[in-house]
Structures are given as structure tokens and as C-alpha cells.
Design a protein around this ligand. Structure first.
Ligand SMILES: NC(=O)c1ccc[n+]([C@@H]2O[C@H](COP(=O)([O-])OP(=O)(O)OC[C@H]3O[C@@H](n4cnc5c(N)ncnc54)[C@H](OP(=O)(O)O)[C@@H]3O)[C@@H](O)[C@H]2O)c1
Length: 171
């Protein structure tokens, strides 16, 4: 079985992005992101790819765009979220990994939430202004199975709490 995981850092007010970037500096969380995603297929929106600016090594980036001409070095472009999930599942099965990761941004999270089994959520203890938000986590649907306060390291602009949620079983 391949779990569909969402990986996100969201502020207390739900903000995840501002002006095409993230409104904080969180080196510790970027290290966690790397550990969580290495070796696994990642699905992202074209705007998130633009904000990262390059293919991240050690994992396949599947970029969702409606622009059939769009391409970038080292990534696979697909025209729909369905195609992105089909391809990510194929890659996960071929590589023998048990998770595929949806890594944003706001548009893609909103469309992928219903398909996710697991949420890896870093809550950033700040309330920055921004233009992109993460959908509310409905605790009737999601159960926190791990919670870990993370102090701010030297290269972090805020303290955070890392939580893992699993979708509750129906019935
Ligand atoms: N805090 C975090 O964890 C985190 C993580 C990731 C991103 N972010 C932030 O989030 C922001 C970007 O998010 P965003 O919501 O603006 O954009 P996004 O979700 O990254 O990308 C949106 C783009 O994806 C494509 N797309 C979306 N739905 C599609 C569909 N159903 N079929 C085909 N293509 C589709 C379109 O690309 P085209 O326009 O090319 O057609 C659309 O413009 C940035 O500020 C970024 O820094 C934060």
C-alpha cells in the first residue's frame, strides 16, 4: 500500500505563502522536509516549482500545470492532478516506497486533501501576512498520531510544532 501524504508548514493563521515564497526562514523544517521526501515521488503545483526554482535531488518532482508547453530540467510535467497521482503511484510501486508526497502549494493542497491518508504538518508559531493558505484540518476526519514541539534553531525565525495526522477510519 502506498500512502498519500501531504507535507506542509503552515502558520497559526493558516498562511503558507506570500508573494510566491514562504514568509519565514526555517532551516530545521527544511531538513525534516528533505528527510520525509527523499526517495519518494513528490507532486507540486507549477507555482511551487517556480518558487523552489530547480529540481530537488534524490526524488522525482511531478509538476502539475495546464500549460502543455511547460517544461523544466529534471522534472516531469503533467496536465492534471489525476495524471500526477497515477504517475506518482507508478513510481512509488516501481521503487518500492510506501509513500508519495504532495508538497503544495495552496491550490494543490486544496485539491489533494480528500485523497490524502497522512498529513505531516509543521505549525509555525507566527501569524504572518500572506496570500496562500492551507485548508482547515477537520478533527472529525483527522487524528493526530504524533506531536513534537521544535525549538527554534540558529537559522529558524520561529518555534514550530510538528504533527502527523492520519485519516480516521470510517465507521
Ligand atoms: N509552507 C509550505 O509548506 C508551502 C509549500 C509549498 C508552497 N508554498 C507556497 O505556496 C505558494 C504557491 O501556492 P499556489 O497555491 O499559489 O500555487 P501552486 O498550488 O503551487 O501551483 C498552482 C499552479 O498549479 C497548476 N494547477 C493547479 N491545479 C491544477 C489542475 N487541477 N490541473 C492542472 N494544473 C493545475 C497551475 O499551473 P499553471 O498556471 O502553470 O497552469 C496553477 O497555476 C507559494 O507562496 C509557495 O511558497 C508553501
Amino acid at each position: 500500500m502506498v500512502d498519500v501524504s501531504i507535507v506542509v508548514a503552515a502558520a497559526e493563521n493558516g498562511v503558507i505563502g506570500a508573494d510566491g515564497d514562504m514568509p519565514w526562514r526555517l532551516s530545521t523544517d527544511l531538513q525534516r522536509f528533505k528527510k520525509l521526501t527523499l526517495g519518494k515521488p513528490m507532486i507540486m503545483g507549477r507555482k511551487t516549482f517556480d518558487s523552489i526554482g530547480k529540481a530537488l535531488p534524490g526524488r522525482t518532482s511531478i509538476v502539475v500545470t495546464r500549460d502543455s508547453e511547460w517544461q523544466a530540467e529534471g522534472v516531469v510535467a503533467v496536465g492534471s492532478l489525476d495524471k500526477a497521482f497515477d504517475l506518482a503511484l507508478e513510481i512509488a510501486n516501481a521503487d518500492g516506497v510506501d509513500e508519495l508526497c504532495v508538497v503544495g502549494g495552496g491550490q494543490i493542497y486544496a485539491q489533494a486533501m480528500d485523497r490524502a491518508d497522512v498529513l505531516h504538518v509543521t505549525t509555525v508559531h507566527a501569524s504572518p501576512q500572506g496570500d496562500t493558505v492551507f485548508p482547515a484540518i477537520d478533527l472529525a476526519v483527522w487524528q493526530a498520531v504524533h506531536e513534537e514541539p521544535v525549538p527554534a534553531g540558529e537559522k529558524d525565525s520561529a518555534t514550530t510544532t510538528y504533527r502527523v495526522y492520519r485519516r480516521k477510519k470510517a465507521g
